[in-house]
Design a protein. Structure first.
Length: 199
């Protein structure tokens, strides 16, 4: 509940900030797009996925117009949008968004999983594979990402995705419901511990 309250507070702050930016610098300014992205992230964490997707869509449009695709802000919002579309069960749109982010990310940063955006693109690719039932490939990719998180002493965000993939694979193979639920709980506990309002 504490995290929920903090995200609700951050949503209110970002809504105010968005109104100020709109009046001061206009809707098409990249700084306004940054607030759209942060507001969308707050809405997403509160469970309002449709509004989050709309906010990411707006931010993407502004960033692409201002910076093109080969810019960290554009890549980040494409990844955020892809994750929300996947959560909304639109794997095709999620893959399209990720594909738009992947080549620019690779071009700018290579394949080094110690870099945040590289790790994020790779993790979303793995989550799409998992969503589509390719659990073995997803597991291999997520294992490398989890190792990079551990190497960097980062919060284990993608360990949760790894556990969710294992839960899906276990359920698909007819594994025990208790074991599936245990993996899902472990993933939930990880995300609950590291969730915070967007910066």
């Amino acid at each position: 509940l504490m995290h929920l309250g903090r995200n609700a507070d951050s949503r209110t702050c970002f809504e105010r900030s968005l109104e100020i930016r709109r009046k001061a610098i206009g809707v098409e300014h990249p700084d306004t797009a940054k607030v759209f992205r942060k507001l969308a992230t707050s809405r997403r964490r509160l469970g309002d996925l449709a509004d989050a997707a709309a906010g990411y869509e707006t931010a993407t449009s502004i960033f692409v117009k201002a910076y093109g695709y080969h810019h960290p802000d554009t890549i980040k919002v494409l990844c955020d949008h892809a994750e929300v579309k996947l959560a909304l069960d639109d794997a095709k749109r999620a893959e399209d968004l990720l594909n738009a982010a992947h080549e620019p990310c690779r071009s700018l940063f290579g394949e080094d999983l110690t870099l945040g955006l590289v790790r994020e693109c790779a993790a979303i690719r793995a989550q799409i594979l998992s969503h589509n039932g390719d659990y073995d490939d997803a597991r291999t990719r997520l294992q490398a990402i989890v190792q990079a998180e551990e190497q960097l002493n980062m919060p284990p965000k993608y360990k949760a995705a790894f556990l969710i993939n294992d839960a899906r694979a276990l359920r698909a193979s007819g594994g025990s419901q208790d074991d599936v639920a245990k993996l899902a709980r472990q993933a939930h506990d990880i995300l609950a511990a590291i969730f915070r309002p967007p910066d």
